[in-house]
Design a protein around this ligand. Structure first.
Ligand code: B12
Ligand code: SF4
Length: 526
């Protein structure tokens, strides 16, 4: 490493346009600790695909950085939902009664798979370009994708690369300081290609994350203003002590909740709002409201926002435990624009997925919203449809509860999101499905085998077909009516479930369809 202050080029790897909050927190922290260091942020998400290599090469030649630090957000992005065409493709391939649609889905799937594989190869290609043009430069890779698949990235990246797992502020600072006293968790591939792994021993104190110095960020990130008319991600804490079956956020961020100073969070939002005209904030915490302590922490942030009279709307993933009418009023008064929560209408499924709350209490909290200042905020329900434990009875219970919510908030405001569990590495649900033989113990979560990828989007028989057909019918009908696809899917499912007769063995989840579909020889739920 050189003796003068190193120059750092951050490269945000391509993904759908979304504010690069993670790497901005890292660069801001480094700047505050080592103001003399020259940093620059290049966001490849905003550069036309055909120009990305050229623009990166130009930056490398012009800036001659000593450290090139990549930020990689999504690697295994299959969690299809109605706003992602991969859901249509999987549904058509598996469940369309029309061969033409199945065939088209197979062709589309090949295209999506190619994009998926090619984007991964291109990302490693950018790292290799750095190694070729600047052989002495140290490469660093961080971000949520590598936090999950760090070992894999370490195997594929060039020599002398540090692959940072989880939060990156202290790890990056230690690398910039010469990497003689490393911090954080990382894999390191040395010059000989040997990979070593360091676990995190220290705790990063989140109160060190003071309000981002946006004028500085703008000075190193020419594309900063391109994000200001959309959602800006603001982090208030890290960690989640809960253990929902399908989730690995608690592994990415750790199980212990750590907090930023409420006044600093509010100041960050105030600057974004008043100096940069930002109107919408997404709180990027694993869960914005979760434990009792975290709710108290959020309340302090909301109080600060009220004092500062910010004019924003906001959203974030929330649970509805520990709310009081007072907090609800503050949430709405500070501009909460939607209630985004995991939802199933069956306590049995809540318990099977170890979501750790009472459904009755969740419904009471939603009624509390209605009673204390609710106007027309959207109620977005992320439904883990057909998760392990789902039965016809639980599905009917979910439909019933959605109906209740439509009566409460108005049909147009309730948005059931057709979401399936994406099986993620090292989660309890993955272990369960390996144990049940659904997945092979040595399956590769980053496989390019379309049949395994399809399996990772968990929607098994027999209910899978019922849901799939309802979804496909909803797509056709909503094209014409403009109805929200999730609501239409639930309606069609309700209609089809009403036609079901219990099978001979009611304890099995199988069912027999009576009525029009059966007349066409189409078993609704084989
Ligand atoms: C909030 C969130 C969202 C919000 C984002 C809202 C917004 N406007 O920002 C919404 C709901 C829109 C969303 C959408 C999606 N998301 Co999301 N999301 C998250 C979540 C919960 C937090 C991400 C975040 O912003 N964290 C806060 C910032 C501060 O932290 P960070 O980015 O991780 O950065 C830190 C470290 O990673 C590291 N770091 C980052 N860059 C760098 C660079 C260097 C050099 C270093 C050293 C360190 C470093 O240091 C940072 C600070 O400590 C994560 C899960 C999680 N708990 O992390 C999933 C997550 C990132 N999402 C994921 C996915 C797949 C998606 C979708 C593709 C889902 C879908 N199918 O549509 C979309 C894609 C969106 C897009 N445009 O790319 C995956 C990605 C990983 C993977 N499996 O490949 C995650 C990990 C969830 C999961 N399934 O496990 N998401
Ligand atoms: S789903 Fe939410 S509450 Fe559950 S473990 Fe994940 S982050 Fe925590």
């Amino acid at each position: 490493m050189p003796t003068e202050a190193p120059k750092v080029l951050y490269v945000r790897l391509p993904c759908w346009k979304i504010y690069p909050g993670g790497v901005i927190y890292v660069a801001d922290f480094v700047h505050k600790q080592r103001p003399g260091i020259h940093q620059h942020l290049l966001d490849l998400a905003l550069i036309a695909p055909s120009a990305r290599r050229r623009v990166l090469a130009e930056h490398l030649r012009t800036l001659q950085p000593n450290i090139v630090a990549f930020s990689w957000r999504n690697m295994q992005s299959f969690g299809p939902h109605p706003e992602d065409d991969a859901l249509d493709v999987v549904m058509n391939f598996d469940h369309s009664p029309k061969w033409r649609n199945k065939l088209k889905a197979a062709v589309d799937a090949t295209r999506i798979l190619w994009d998926y594989a090619a984007s991964r190869m291109r990302n490693f290609g950018y790292m290799k370009l750095v190694r070729r043009l600047l052989p002495e430069t140290r490469i660093v890779v961080g971000g949520t994708a590598v936090s999950i698949f760090g070992k894999y990235v370490a195997e594929k990246c060039p020599r002398d690369t540090v692959v940072v797992i989880g939060e990156g502020e202290d790890a990056m600072l230690a690398i910039i300081d010469g990497f003689t006293q490393p911090a954080g968790e990382f894999y390191y591939k040395d010059d000989a290609g040997t990979i070593t792994h360091r676990l995190r021993h220290e705790t990063f104190d989140l109160s060190r994350l003071t309000a981002v110095d946006f004028p500085y960020i703008e000075s190193i990130f020419p594309h900063f203003r391109a994000y200001l008319d959309g959602d800006i991600g603001v982090h208030t804490k890290r960690g989640c002590p809960l253990q929902c079956h399908f989730c690995l956020y608690n592994k990415i961020e750790g199980p212990k909740q750590r907090y930023r100073e409420p006044a600093e969070v509010a100041k960050e939002i105030e600057i974004l709002n008043k100096q940069y005209g930002v109107k919408h904030i997404w709180f990027t915490d694993a869960q914005f409201f979760s434990t009792k302590r975290s709710v108290e922490h959020v309340e302090r942030i909301l109080d600060e926002l009220l004092t500062r009279k910010t004019d924003i709307t906001w959203s974030g993933y929330i649970r509805l435990n520990h709310l009081t009418p007072e907090i609800v009023r503050k949430m709405l008064a500070t501009g909460m624009s939607s209630v985004d929560l995991s939802f199933t209408g069956s306590q049995e499924v809540v318990d099977k997925l170890t979501l750790g709350y009472s459904l009755d209490q969740q419904m009471d909290a939603l009624r509390m919203f209605k009673a204390h200042g609710y106007t027309n905020q959207k109620i977005k329900l992320y439904i883990p449809l057909n998760a392990p434990g789902e039965t016809i009875a639980t599905l009917k219970a979910t439909i019933e509860k959605i109906r209740e919510l439509c009566d409460l908030f108005g049909r147009d405001n309730v948005l059931p999101f057709i979401f399936f569990i994406g099986i993620q590495p090292n989660t309890p649900v993955e272990k369960l499905l390996i144990h049940q033989g659904y997945l092979k113990p040595d399956y590769n979560p980053l496989t390019l085998n379309p049949f395994t990828i399809k399996k990772l989007l968990y929607n098994p028989k027999p209910l899978g077909r019922l849901i799939g057909r309802a979804y496909l019918e909803a797509v056709e009908s909503t094209d014409a009516s403009g109805e929200y696809i999730g609501r239409a899917t639930m309606d069609i499912m309700e209609r089809n479930l009403a036609k079901l007769k219990p099978a001979l063995h009611p304890e099995e989840r199988s069912c027999v369809l009576v009525g029009s579909d059966q007349a066409k020889g189409e078993p609704g739920c084989p």
